[in-house]
Design a protein around this ligand. Sequence first.
Ligand code: IVH
Length: 669
Amino acid sequence: MSKQEAQEIERLRQKIRRHDTFYYIQNQPEISDREYDRLMQELKDLEVRHPEWVTPDSPTQRVGGKVADRFDTVAHKIPMLSLDNTYNVGELKEFRERVVKGLADVSPDEIEYFVELKFDGLAVTLTYEDGIFVKGATRGDGKKGEDITANLKTIHSIPLNICTEKEKIKLMEVRGEVFMPRKSFQKLNEIRAATGETLFANPRNAAAGSLRLLDPSITASRKLDIFVYGVGFMDPMPFSTQYEVQSELEKMGFHTNSNRYLCGNFEEVLPWIETWEKKKDKLEYDVDGLVIKVNSLDYQKKLGATSKFPRWSVAFKYEPEKEETRVENIICQVGRTGAITPVAILTPVTISGSTVSRATLHNEDEIASKDIRIGDRVVVEKAGEIIPRVVEVIKSVRERRGLRFRMPSKCPECKEPISRSKDEAVLRCTNSVCLAQLRERLLHFASRDAMDIDHLGPAVIDQLVSKGGVKHFSDLYKLKLQDFVRLERLAEKSAQNLIGALEKSKSVGFARVLYAFGIRHVGQRAGMILARHFHSMNKLQKAEKEELEFVMEIGEAIAESVSTFFGQKSNQDEIARLAELGVEMEFKGEAIGDRLAGKQFVLTGSLKSFTRDEAKEKIAALGGRVMSTVSKKTDYVVVGADPGSKADKAKKLDIPLVTEDEFKKIVEK
Ligand code: IVH
């Protein structure tokens, strides 16, 4: 091959690696996805012409590994130990005592500690030879793990080739935790629910399951990430502290977590425990505690390890808040798509500052495996923003118990038979005119991000459905003032407001209408993309599945459900009725999606009215982007309560700080 082509290959690889770092590690892309794909394609083309030049660290080698029939076993050069757990400050102080004793010739005040987050994922080890990623493995039993190199390569935040300013490192083994961000976990489960696959119980299980797939191309689709926190082995070993280990790993291009603290002495460790107890729930990934490490690597060596744990480190674990209460009833809810979910109705208790009176029981299997019955005393747990769940039944008070719970065979609402189709684990009411489903669909249709019909809440919808004869979205627009006045507990003034809100909703725009229909997989963003691409309902309705798939960001699942939706005669009729009644279904550019185009946001501190994910979704739906770190390119920094250092950085860089109220005004109309 010509020298020029060789240089071109190397130039492209370097460029792609740089953009991988911007995108996956710094969360600050500098080029569009399209440009990135173009670079990748150019590289692939060149490598196809010169297969002899393909190297294992080429960015093209992340995906495409072969399907394996099993994983090989790998012996760890240095055992992968686990950590001793502590649950209170008393136990943590005992750890300090042991450290002080073990370092008898060092003054206790001179012992520095390093505090890190304890990520709730899966420990892995990554081996680099001459700077190139050659092997990755699970922890296994600590001595031997499984070779999951091909799967780990699909994680873009794992560098395939490290840059080091220090002298060339011949052999290096770094350790970290692979995890699935909460949002990706939610999305994955939503898709699995829609396709009838069993759900993962939590992000850790989802990460573990994804890493142990024999087909790396499926792992690649799972959006895993890693935080690297330490070194197992390094030759030569150029670092002297844990602080240095992390900063240098970061410089080499590894994804490290920025929430880490060097403490001059043990007393400085304690405040971090309190700080992170609340703060951890606001993160985008699960953290179940802190890890406290003796900072000096020399001292670590002196302290050594027991057969299971290092003596220089300990975990401080936060236990999710739990309370005892009683199951008063078990009801079955019917969702918008007919899916039937059992829910425990509980004697209200306060957990983590909020009143809990319901807990989802997920499905029949969950109830059966925990054997939850009406009347049982149970332990309920609530961790952060996660929906409360029943942990276990308190067995000691099981004298006379209620009957074993059985899922109904008929829809609790319309009494039509429930079905469990072959490829779906979920029970569904398949009656397309089931009132419970209708109520949920109408609630979604009227919600703030959809048609935004003010005052049309559950109480009004219930009555409209049960006695108002509302069967379709379009029926709402046929209602007259008298129809509303007739409803219970609705004053004439409110009825007038409702009429006004309905009228106003007709012009919310095409994108919102699409979202309001509640088509499976079509969220706000997909609604916007479809509206912008097709411009009118007419054109969208005519689009074939293949044409839909061609649209950027519209995947096969969305294309499939959109084309099924528009293929149904009942939906076509409903669209015609809505159009007749004056609901606008043309894209006018003013629809959601444009207002924040190109704007970069950074969020810091906690917001009262939104979760992080909600705030992000709102920004994304308006075309903006959310970044994790403040830079010169940031347009706004949204500051909630108890903001972090991002606010200070923004001030330094003169980037406007936006309060929660101002943010609300920006995103809500
Ligand atoms: S250091 C020998 N640091 O916790 C000490 N571990 O319970 C090795 N973990 O197997 C662990 N975050 O999977 C360390 N910042 C962190 C961690 C961390 C999560 C996990 C790791 C380990 C387990 C021990």
